[in-house]
Design a protein around this ligand. Structure first.
Ligand SMILES: [Fe+2]
Length: 295
């Protein structure tokens, strides 16, 4: 019962598309194309797009797109949602056309995060992805990367993603982001990527902590750091190595206020040999939090 195969795409409302374009192209090294309706379509691989930015007067996460293999898997997911009395809607033909997928459904998780499940994403092999900075991203069966949501009802969120959507727990990090206030972060996988989703019950109003993109060589992490410094982007966490997925990464603040982790070298999980682990630190070294400058 795990139809979901990967994190497929993400959609955001953003208040400053120009700043986003520069950040995406120059710092993250992803390609940007403007859709007919003015949305910015960000590519990292053969998919027609992976991140869609809608010009708005505010910044928000609009949807998280989870990819399933085929129509049969979408139907069996629909059946389970029905059995568990989770409301969902079948995406219209117009919505599927906009998302550039064959079919999709929409629903929300217990915290109200807008979720979509789809199959049949358009591939643009005739227009190969070309990174403006020459980066190569680790995607394919591991999907786009990962997203870390700030959980409000943590137990309900964890139950929803594991028991209903079939994610597996990779590990937990019990730590104190704020001294004296322990939190328990849950890391969830749906393929060999250590986590495509993490749930962090941090007592802050934000809904999203960060998203992560992974490149296939360590030098591109260094090049992205150089580019971020040159662009005078805020580093939210310094270079470091995560304790659980062993990602070597740094974090910068996107123009929307959430962070983007940019990393290399994460482990891949083999379902047969993996066992759930617990860590008490986020990182083996580094990842020092840097307070954002006051505006
Ligand atoms: Fe991360």
């Amino acid at each position: 019962m795990s139809e979901i195969k990967a994190l497929g795409y993400l959609g955001f409302s953003v208040s400053d598309t120009q700043q986003w374009r520069e950040y995406a192209e120059n710092v993250l090294g992803v390609s940007v194309r403007e859709a007919d309706n003015g949305d910015l379509l960000l590519r990292v691989d053969s998919y027609a797009w992976r991140i869609r930015l809608k010009k708005s007067d505010h910044d928000a996460l609009d949807y998280v797109g989870w990819e399933v293999s085929d129509k049969q898997d979408l139907e069996s997911l629909k059946q389970r949602l029905t059995e568990q009395s989770v409301a969902f809607a079948t995406g219209s033909a117009d919505l599927a056309k906009t998302r550039q997928v064959k079919e999709l459904i929409t629903f929300t998780d217990p915290d109200g995060t807008p979720c979509e499940a789809f199959y049949g994403p358009l591939q643009l092999t005739n227009k190969p992805f070309i990174s403006p900075t020459g980066f190569r991203f680790v995607t394919a069966e591991q999907g786009l990367g990962h997203i870390v949501l700030i959980s409000k009802d943590h137990a309900a969120q964890e139950a929803f993603y594991t028991q209903l959507l079939g994610f597996k727990v990779s590990d937990y990090i019990d730590t104190e982001v704020v001294p004296g206030k322990p939190i328990n972060i849950t890391f969830l996988r749906c393929n060999s990527r250590h986590h495509s989703l993490a749930l962090a019950p941090v007592p802050i109003p934000a809904k999203i902590a960060h998203i992560m993109l992974q490149v296939d060589n360590v030098d591109d992490v260094g090049r992205a750091m150089d580019a971020a410094k040159k662009a005078d982007v805020h580093f939210s966490f310094t270079l470091g190595r995560h304790s659980n997925d062993e990602m070597l990464s740094f974090y910068t603040m996107s123009p929307s206020g959430f962070d983007v982790e940019f990393g290399w070298g994460a482990i891949e999980v083999d379902d047969d040999s993996w066992h759930v682990k617990v860590h008490h630190t986020n990182s083996a070294w580094g990842h020092k939090f840097q307070r954002p400058p006051r505006k």
